[in-house]
Write a protein that binds this ligand. Structure first.
Ligand code: CO8
Length: 255
């Protein structure tokens, strides 16, 4: 298997596991990733952590050696397959966190930007170097990067192919936080900041925020009103508000 799926306490951990190729995304790895998403979605995990095997790399992008010599239609199918695999994270039933433990280039950065959150080690290096190969990002990068860091910065990264270090990534909002020490332990600590909350309500929050950038304001406000009304109907909302008035910690049941 080009990936490992394990459990770390109440969380699922996917480790991209081709360290000899800096965890590059072969088609086999992408297929394994899709199967692992199915398994995690059907489990009781409260968040999905994704990281790369070894100390050097999260993921160095699509496997360049596999891309050579493909036909136009094969390339299109590959791009659509990669996009569809990563797009599953947009609607995933639990939040996802990319633990960027080294290089995140090309498709590797596209995978990270499809996750709900990104945390990065100090040695992390990120970018979209496809232009240096005569390519452009094809697994969602041209669409998710501007939504995350703005059009000007996204254009600069995509058109120059330059590398961003961890400090810059934090400053421009490409990652949420820099971490020290064991990356997986840090990922667990990060997930614990929200993992005790109601999973369906976390999903409403994510969906509402994600609509902000591709929806006119009036429409977005309508979606927010609908989703916040839906949150209000949950038993978890009743428990949260009751616990507040009874001055105790709420016990959410994901319902
Ligand atoms: N694909 C395949 N093999 C890779 C890749 C990769 N993306 N990256 C690294 N490797 C392999 C190297 O070939 C090398 O293998 P070997 O030892 O057999 O020669 C091994 O990993 C170690 O790599 P390096 O010796 O180069 O390690 P360094 O630490 O010196 O350099 C870098 C690390 C800077 C990450 C360097 O390896 C590099 O530049 N890699 C390529 C990064 C890149 O360009 N990524 C973008 C790929 S394209 C992409 O992601 C497009 C996605 C959309 C596709 C749409 C399809 C139609």
């Amino acid at each position: 298997m080009a990936i490992q799926l394990t459990r770390v306490e109440e969380f699922a951990l996917i480790t991209l596991n081709r360290p000899e190729a800096l965890n590059a995304l072969s088609l086999g790895l992408l297929r394994d990733l899709g199967r692992a998403f199915d398994e995690v979605a059907g489990s009781d995990a409260r968040a999905l952590l994704i990281t790369g095997a070894g100390p050097k790399s999260f993921c160095a992008g699509a496997d360049i050696k596999e891309l050579l010599g493909l036909s136009l239609s094969q390339n299109k199918r590959n791009a659509e397959f990669g996009q569809a695999t990563f797009a599953r994270l947009d609607r995933f039933p639990i939040p996802s966190i990319a633990i960027i433990n080294g290089y995140a280039f090309g498709g590797g950065l596209e995978l990270a930007t499809a996750c709900t959150f990104r945390i990065a080690t100090r040695n992390a290096k990120m970018g979209t170097p496809e232009i240096k190969l005569g390519l452009i990002p094809g697994y969602g990068g041209t669409q998710r990067l501007p939504r995350l860091i703005g059009e000007g910065r996204a254009l600069e990264l995509v058109m120059s192919g330059r590398t961003v270090d961890a400090d810059e990534a934090l400053r421009i909002g490409l990652v949420n936080r820099l971490i020290e020490g064991d990356p997986v332990a840090q990922g667990v600590a990060y997930a614990r900041e929200f993992s005790a909350y109601s999973l369906p309500v976390l999903g409403f929050a994510r969906d509402a925020v994600k609509r902000a950038l591709d929806t006119p304001l009036n429409e977005g406000l309508r979606i927010e009103a609908d989703l916040s009304t839906l949150a209000y109907q949950t038993r978890d909302a009743a428990e949260g508000m009751t616990a507040f008035s009874e001055k105790r910690k709420p016990k959410f049941i994901d319902g």
